[in-house]
Ligand binder design. Structure first.
Ligand code: NAD
Length: 500
């Protein structure tokens, strides 16, 4: 059967870009291995053209009333809710994750749009009357200008949505640079913004790779960069964009630990480990990849996890399977390389995903769930972020040993503890050096009105995504001290102003 290959291009000023790209890259359906799209990759000149359009549009948007902005947000929320299945289908077709999981990510993104609908309340400033005699002070928060959002392949709908609705609601114009591996969800959501009544030029999508990103990082009219991706690129983005005077939040990679104490409900812990280890084929920045089990319960937990893994079906995300393929063949081969290294380094391979069966195309990028026991902290399957369906058990003798292991890790994105001891859980939440903590909850992604972000090598910058931190990131503060004319306050005084 011949396969339709579509051209995917930038969206600028509310319309598909009409230029001719110098470079393109293929987009695959990971469940079949077929090329389904050819993506235009922007040159630096194309980025300049799109930034210019966005900047011109922003000059009007910045003065648009809060009430008008909120109307657009509400309309966008309704449209996305009505079309969420369509967006989820695009995610499954290019990322590979199963449809129910794709719908989950769109829904979590939708929640950020719902949060941003309250922008009028969120942007309220402070006012103090009579700070000095007949002098008032008030604070306001103003938009930044044109901001760039650069997103990874693993959440092509949700991660852009962490930033875009808040940036727009705060009065900025956005240039979204999605992952070149699964670009179509970004274009579909940008079309919904137009349909919601957002003026052309406020929401733009530029597709590309390193060349487009580098230009965004140095462009003088880009005022802020929200980046999500791997740690080396996050660090580079942070260093480069801040050196060009921009505000930056750069969220990086992860190695998330789930600590299981001996008093935990082991059935609950086994369910959670399987869900958080293999959901989305482990391609989640909040996936659990290291299970730290405090003895003497490791044998029992390993048995329970192994039993559950035998029931999982890996295959095409449109066929009701539990887990889909990996995003590309290159990535699948990299993950397989880690499985080989784990064996060579002496870990016990309990379930070998290379031997799995797959309900999908022969050319799909398959690897079934893989499970290692007796992993030690120096092995590469522990030290590296694998970003695949590979779960490792590290056995420890005490709570303190578990905490030390987690805190010695360079990453600090998410973690979970499973226990029925409230005191131990509370001690863990207090001492663990990780930004997002779950207590008997394996993937503790904060709701939209709290903020998402890790510590250490998992985030460069000070501000986390969405919630009030998002509102602060996309605005800057101004404080006005005002006095209306009163003859009694005249006279010369060269001293530093004091309040009286
Ligand atoms: P990636 O770092 O390869 O790519 C992220 C973005 O950077 C993409 O838009 C890509 O086009 C661009 N990019 C890639 N190489 C570049 C380069 N050399 N110079 C400039 N730009 C470049 O990440 P990915 O493989 O798409 O996504 C997976 C990674 O993202 C994992 O490490 C995962 O943990 C991380 N992630 C983190 C979070 C978080 O919240 N901390 C969330 C999702 C994903």
């Amino acid at each position: 059967m011949s396969n339709h290959v579509s051209r995917i291009t930038h969206l600028v000023n509310g319309k598909p870009w009409t230029g001719v790209a110098e470079r393109r890259s293929p987009v695959y359906n990971p469940a079949t291995g077929e090329v389904t799209g050819q993506l235009d990759l922007a040159s630096a000149a194309t980025v300049d053209e799109i930034v210019k359009t966005a900047h011109e549009a922003w000059e009007e948007w910045v003065d648009t009333s809060l009430s008008r902005r909120a109307q657009v947000l509400f309309a966008f929320r309704e449209l996305l809710n009505a079309r969420k299945e369509e967006i989820a289908a695009l995610v499954t077709a290019e990322h590979g994750k199963v449809l129910s999981d794709a719908l989950g990510e769109v829904t979590r993104g939708l929640e950020v749009a719902e949060f941003a609908c309250g922008i009028a309340q969120l942007l309220k400033g402070g006012f103090s009357e009579n700070v000095s005699t007949r002098v008032d002070v008030y604070s306001i928060r103003q938009p930044l200008g044109v901001v760039a959002v650069i997103s990874p392949f693993n959440f092509p709908a949700m991660v852009p949505m962490w930033f875009v609705p808040i940036a727009i609601a705060c009065g900025n114009a956005v240039i979204l640079k999605p992952s070149e591996k699964d670009p179509s969800a970004a274009n579909a959501m940008a079309a919904l913004w137009k349909e919601a009544g957002l003026p052309d030029g406020i929401m733009n999508v530029v597709h590309g790779d390193k060349e487009a990103v580098e230009r965004l990082l140095e462009h003088p009219d880009i005022k802020a960069v929200s980046f999500v991706g791997s740690t080396p690129i996050a660090r580079h983005v942070y260093e480069t964009a801040t050196s060009h005077g921009k505000r930056v939040q750069a969220l990086g990679g992860a190695k998330n630990h789930m600590v299981v104490l001996p008093d935990a409900d082991l059935d609950l812990a086994a369910d959670a480990a399987v869900n958080a280890g293999f959901g989305s084929a482990g391609e989640r920045c909040m996936a659990i990849s290291a299970l730290v089990v405090v003895e003497p319960v490791a044998d029992e937990l390993v048995r329970k996890i192994t039993e559950r893994m035998a029931t999982l079906r890996t295959g095409d995300g449109t066929r009701g399977c539990d887990m889909g393929p990996l995003v590309t063949d290159v990535h699948r081969d990299k993950v397989v390389g880690y499985v080989e290294a784990g064996q060579a380094e002496g870990a016990t391979l309990v379930v070998d995903g290379r031997m799995g069966e797959f309900d999908g195309g022969e050319g799909g990028f398959w690897l079934a769930p893989t499970f290692f026991d007796h992993v030690s902290p120096e092995m590469s399957i522990y030290t590296d972020e694998i970003f695949g369906p590979v779960l490792s058990v590290l056995r420890v003798q005490s709570y303190d040993e578990a905490l030390d292991l987690v805190n010695s890790n360079p990453y600090g994105n998410g973690t979970a503890i499973f226990t029925n001891d409230g005191g131990a859980a509370r001690r863990y939440q207090n001492k663990v050096e990780v930004g997002m903590v779950g207590i008997n909850v394996p993937i503790p992604v904060p709701v939209s009105y709290y903020s998402f972000g890790g510590w250490k090598a998992s985030l460069f910058g000070d501000t986390h995504a969405h919630g009030m931190e998002g509102v602060r990131f996309f605005t800057r503060g101004k404080v006005v001290t005002s006095r209306w004319l009163d003859p009694s306050h005249g006279g010369l005084n060269l001293g530093f102003p004091q309040n009286d």
